[in-house]
Ligand binder design. Sequence first.
Ligand code: FES
Ligand code: FES
Length: 152
Amino acid sequence: MRLRVNGTDHEVEVEDDMPLLWVLRDELGITGPKYGCGIAQCGACTVHVDGVAVRSCQLAAADVDGEVTTIEGLGTPQALHAVQQAWVDHQVAQCGYCQSGQIMQAASFLDLNPEPTDEQIDAAMSGNLCRCGTYPRIRAAVKTAAAKLQGV
Ligand code: FES
Ligand code: FES
């Protein structure tokens, strides 16, 4: 099958039911998306398909209909996405394992809802778990990113 990931086309020979996460990590060597639960309950594997956050552990690669973006393709070292910069500014990460999924979730959410309330931020991020408990810094970073994206 053919997959477009982070601006590059790839041909991969995998079973149709192989989850996108496996294809990204094991076939393409794109390891930003993490395996946490494998059952769409933690958010560690979150990537975008045409800008919309999806749980790549539960999406068959054959069902991907659009361009995949992972944390590796969200910004560049020279030009971080506003969400990535906010994560740096707030020093959000602790162990870091959940954070690529958190950032991808936040970036997609802010694209769809650029002026979120605190309640909307909490609801949007509630499916992304962090065993290190970085939730207060995540919330603050999402607010900072939202302000930056609005030019405030
Ligand atoms: S690994 Fe996909 S949601 Fe947990
Ligand atoms: S930073 Fe460790 S799991 Fe979230």
